[in-house]
Design a protein. Sequence first.
Length: 366
Amino acid sequence: MSPSNFFSWEQQYKRTWEDASPSVTSFKQIAKKYDNRPLKRLTIKHLHIIIDTSVNLDHPDFHPFRFSLISILKEFHKNFTFRNKVSKISFSNLQLEYYNEPTTNLLEVCEKLFDIQDIIQRSLIMIDASTKLLNEEPAGIAKINSSKIFRENYKEQTGDQQKILKVKNTCLKEFLIISGSLSTKSVSSDLFHFIKKNNLKIHFISLGGEVSIFKKVSQTTGGKYFVPLNIHDFANILMEYCIPEILTSNFVSMIPLGFPLFSENENSVCVCHSTICKGYSCVTCGAKVCTLPISCPICNTQLISSSSLIQNIYYSFPLKQFSVGEGLCKICGLDGKWMCNDCKNTYCDTCDSFIHENLKFCLFCD
């Protein structure tokens, strides 16, 4: 019997990953391309991640488990803070209902996003707190409440808090809800009106399966809805939020920025934490803050460093794709496969990926 007449389970085992045919080579060439379109991207945004800690997230049929999310969230936090120096990130848990004993609801969490100045600057503490939260015993039912309490809180806000809301409307406010529940409670129609009125964008990652109300909320707000297939797919989806989004509207907001100088005088108190420490002096009002980037609590000027702003500009003007070339890599000395069109230097696959994905600029170009 010829080899072609054998059944599939009787034929010889093939090492398809070692195939050097043109089809595999062309696939590698396509995968190597980078998005180098000069597009307008959001420079400043607030990303608030809400984690479902209900009993549904601990069911054995739902993958990935909540214990597997901890390491991925830590890695995502490092990537987000590295790639978005002027953006802010925070964490909290989805509302849990302990059999008619409601705790913090989603809209109260949203309200805290508008004045989380102190919380945002301690994002490392928050990721540790969320890790502790995920390690606890799951309990309760996930619940997204109505906007009644949130509207009442808005009516009581006056004075400086209104100014803070006005300044923060110039940037994108995003929510990423990681849920393992297939149902929710107390979602009223006024929730959609409130979300659109306050320019909120809500994304969902449903670990258990597609939920109609979650998908509707994400579509209404212009967000994204994902159902990951496995733990690796979940990690890849989460990393998409590290890259600044493309602006689709022609509306442009002018935001005052300040580049403060570092002050070594420890005999003064910072206005953000009321502690005696070293810090930076606001270029507008002279108030002292301890970390950058931050919005000045006195005059609302966005204080950042020049290096942080430059790193965000690289996303709007990305490095061009290198052409195929030959020679030794200019950095490590290995066989080079890619050549810069400007300086004509050759790079290997590893160095080319590092330059395009991390540095965002060629090392030897003027």
